[in-house]
Design a protein around this ligand. Structure first.
Ligand code: ATP
Ligand code: MG
Length: 771
């Protein structure tokens, strides 16, 4: 414990042991910002600060958990447990539960996820009889979201002629009405959406000075990681809470600001010194993550941005290999290259799957990579796709659970009122919605009051509705007596959900049942875990909140040894020894959506900077000449970003596909497409098609001469190796050959390394010198 400060360099130690008052750490990627934040918390505790008085806000809950673990190693677990640590959303959801009544919400309010919000907006658009091709629900949702993140309430919206006019110009004059209806309906349903968790916190802190004072007193020390990506709403919360003690510590990197499209505001970092008095600004310059090559290459890239703070980043780490750039004919070839290269590197360097990451600009790109990894039996995990909790069968169970806690929850009710089928049709549901809107009550209340206040449905339907109400009510009674696991188990059985899937009998149906079982296991673990903590009970409310706010990264199991596939956005703050950035093509990365202004292009460049700086040892950049996008085959040009990296750090590989003269048309990617048309567009021939004329082409002339060597440059060793030889390996050092087995390309040697232990190496790839 005493010498943990020795694990920091001097520049890092200064902000770590900074006394009271505002401080900001601005530094490039991999320089230890997150480490400083973690150690600072441990330091504050060692100086007698009560962990209950420390609030740390992180980008994912997983990051918070890891920090807590590290801090626990230094200060002990029982104290570390009491820290307030998590994402903005999870921390403020917790606070809102305590204070919900002040805002007119029940303390067991539901949290609507994006799907719920979008589905509600879709019904509102339908109910208002608006043209759904003009009022696209996803677009409407993101507009509402951006209003909320800028703290533009419905009233503020209508008081702002510019906004009203802008929406009218965008052919959506009813935007404000939808916004109002959406907000009213969420309120009536006792639901908050993700943005509300911030908006309502702001409302709470501004409208109730005594509440503000209470939390200002509680959070005497506030720390924020990735400060460059806070939006206005988050900024105001931090600003308000830190106003009394001014013990605010933010760390960030303007060069990694990548969420402008979601309202993140880089000015939060730039204005920090204006917002607080006597700000201490610290800079870190030494990168501990990456090789010299990667650090310098990333520097040479980010220099191309005009708007940025001057920063120095250097590293004492090894030079490392050049960044490898690979061109493929098609996106399927690109997938094969990546899978092949991962396989080779694993064999060559005895690395684990989890030491590799494949990063892409858009989720759709994962498919070609997945196909190739599957064919090579390389286990992988996709982050940020449909998460477990968003699967249909899981959402169905969760909807019942939500309804038990909060019967006003309109989206949950609509989801399960007739699932499994119980003869309550859409017309009946529509009638309930209309009655609820007219009477200003929830749908569930309409259903409860059918005797006194009937709606226009026949007797049979009325009974079915009443039965549904009785079922939910009886679950509520049970819920008072049992924990979250037992209630969930009863729901799965008694609602007929599992029965329905069993009837289905297809492999998909069975997989769904298994998922429900998995959910129940998860709930049991949660309940047991929570019961160990003194301040929680493992209740259903707590479980649902955990689920609603889980980001995909959070669900990772510790022992998950798989190649990680994710978008660059999601990779922020993470690191991997080997990183493949795929789809380095114009209109893909940089994205065609972000080429309208310099500031958009600069955001794409920052995104690429984030991608590149995730790599510790080796980075690969790959692109394809043709890609299947939006259902069409298109020609692709190499990304301008390739040209922006100082070329001394790049090594252009000869695409393996070209050396083999592989025909252009690749059956497994074109699927349904009419191949005759494709041939017209690009004749199949033995020679590669001409490269499009672009910035990238200049460098491509420098490709190495074609050879049959494997694509990552490893070559067949010309070593006549014998048992008993002393050898040296670039990573494992010196060792002795114990055994040689296999033939041809599969010859393996078992080598006892002095430092690295016993290893079996495929000689085709192993870089060995006989001593
Ligand atoms: P990013 O900008 O990507 O979020 P960061 O600035 O937060 O990066 P960290 O993740 O804190 O950087 O650190 C990068 C890596 O360097 C981590 O693996 C960390 O443990 C290691 N590291 C940082 N400082 C030191 C140090 N003084 N000694 C040894 N390792 C260090
Ligand atoms: Mg970090």
């Amino acid at each position: 414990m005493q010498n943990y400060l020795d694990q920091l360099n001097e520049a890092q130690r200064a902000p770590t042991v900074h006394k009271d008052g505002p401080l900001m750490v601005i530094a490039g990627a991999g320089s230890g910002k997150t480490r400083v934040l973690t150690y600072r918390i441990a330091y504050l505790m060692s100086q007698g600060v009560d962990p209950f008085n420390i609030l740390a806000l992180t980008f994912t809950n997983k990051a918070a958990r890891e920090m807590k673990k590290r801090i626990a190693e230094i200060v002990g677990n029982s104290e570390a447990k009491n820290l307030w640590m998590g994402t903005f959303h999870s921390i403020f959801a917790r606070i809102l539960r305590f204070e919900a009544d002040k805002l007119g919400y029940p303390s067991n309010f539901t949290i609507y996820d994006t799907q719920d919000s979008q589905s509600l907006i879709r019904s509102i658009i339908k109910e208002m009889r608006l043209d759904k091709d003009i009022y696209k629900y996803k677009q409407v949702y993101s507009r509402i979201s951006s209003y909320k993140n800028s703290l533009i309430t419905v009233r503020a919206y209508f008081n702002n002629p510019e906004l009203v006019e802008a929406d009218a110009m965008a052919r959506m004059p009813r935007m404000g009405d939808i916004y109002k209806e959406y907000v009213d309906r969420c309120f009536k349903a006792g639901a908050m959406d993700f943005d509300d968790l911030l908006l309502k916190t702001n409302e709470l802190l501004t409208r109730f000075p005594e509440v503000l004072a209470k939390y200002q007193n509680r959070f005497r020390y506030i720390l924020v990681d990735e400060y460059q990506d806070t939006n206005h709403s988050q900024y105001l919360i931090v600003r308000a809470l830190s106003d009394r003690f001014q013990n605010i510590c933010v760390v960030g990197d303007d060069a990694q600001s990548i969420y402008a499209f979601r309202g993140a505001n880089i000015n939060n970092i730039l204005n920090f010194q204006k917002d607080y008095d006597n700000v201490s600004v610290y800079r870190l310059e030494q990168n501990y993550r990456s090789t010299k090559t990667i650090v310098r290459a990333a520097n040479s890239l980010i220099e191309k941005n005009q708007s940025r703070l001057e920063k120095v980043v250097w590293t004492a780490n090894d030079q490392g290999n050049p960044i490898k750039v690979n061109r493929s004919m098609t996106d399927a070839d690109e997938g094969r290259f990546v899978a092949g290269s991962i396989f080779e590197n694993q064999m060559n360097l005895q690395m684990q799957h989890k030491e590799f990451a494949v990063l892409y600009r858009t989720n759709a790109q994962s498919r070609a990579i997945e196909d190739a990894l599957r064919k090579k039996d390389i286990p992988y995990r996709i982050y940020g796709g449909l998460s477990f909790y968003q699967r249909k069968e899981i959402k169905d169970v969760l909807a019942y659970l939500r309804l038990i806690l909060n019967p006003s929850d309109e989206e949950a009710l609509k989801r399960v009122i007739n699932y499994p089928a119980r003869g309550i049709g859409q017309t009946t549901v529509d009638k309930i919605v209309v009655a609820a809107n007219e009477r200003g009550v929830s749908m569930f209340e309409v259903m409860e009051q059918l005797q006194q206040n009937p709606i226009n449905v026949n007797k049979g339907t009325q009974t079915k509705l009443e039965n549904f109400v009785t079922m939910i009510r009886s679950f509520q009674v049970t819920n008072e007596q049992v924990d979250a696991f037992h209630i969930a188990e009863q729901v799965a059985k008694k609602t007929g959900l599992v029965q329905e899937l069993k009837k289905d009998g297809t492999p998909e149906g069975i997989a769904r049942i298994e998922n429900i079982e998995e959910l129940l296991n998860g709930i049991r673990d949660f309940v047991e875990g929570q019961k160990e903590l003194a301040d929680t009970t493992g209740s259903l409310t707590e479980f649902l909140e955990d689920v609603a706010l889980a980001t995909d990264l959070d669900n990772e199991k510790g022992d998950d040894n798989r190649v990680a596939l994710m978008t660059v956005h999601l990779a922020k703050g993470l690191e991997f020894p080997f990183v493949y950035v795929v789809g380095m093509e114009e209109d893909l990365f940089p994205s065609a959506m972000n080429l309208n202004s310099r500031s958009e292009l600069e955001e794409e460049r920052r995104l690429f900077y984030v991608a590149l700086t995730r790599a510790e040892k080796q980075a690969y950049l790959t692109y394809a000449q043709t890609r299947y996008r939006w259902g069409k085959l298109i020609d692709a040009e190499p990304s301008r970003f390739l040209d922006e990296i100082d070329e001394q750090y790049l090594d252009y590989l000869t695409p393996i596909t070209e050396t083999r003269f592989k025909p252009m048309i690749d059956a497994d990617i074109f699927g349904e497409v009419d191949k005759s048309k494709l041939r017209l567009k690009k004749p199949v021939s033995g020679t590669p098609p001409k490269m499009p004329i672009s910035a990238g082409t200049r460098k491509l002339r420098k490709v190495k001469p074609a050879s049959s060597s494997p694509s990552n440059g490893a070559s067949t060793p010309k070593v006549n190796l014998e048992v008993g030889n002393r050898v040296e390996h670039q990573r494992f050092g010196k060792g002795k050959v114990l055994k040689i087995e296999g033939v041809g390309a599969d010859v393996k040697a078992e080598i006892q390394f002095e430092q690295g232990g016993l290893k079996k190496l495929l000689l085709r790839f192993a870089k060995l010198n006989v001593l």
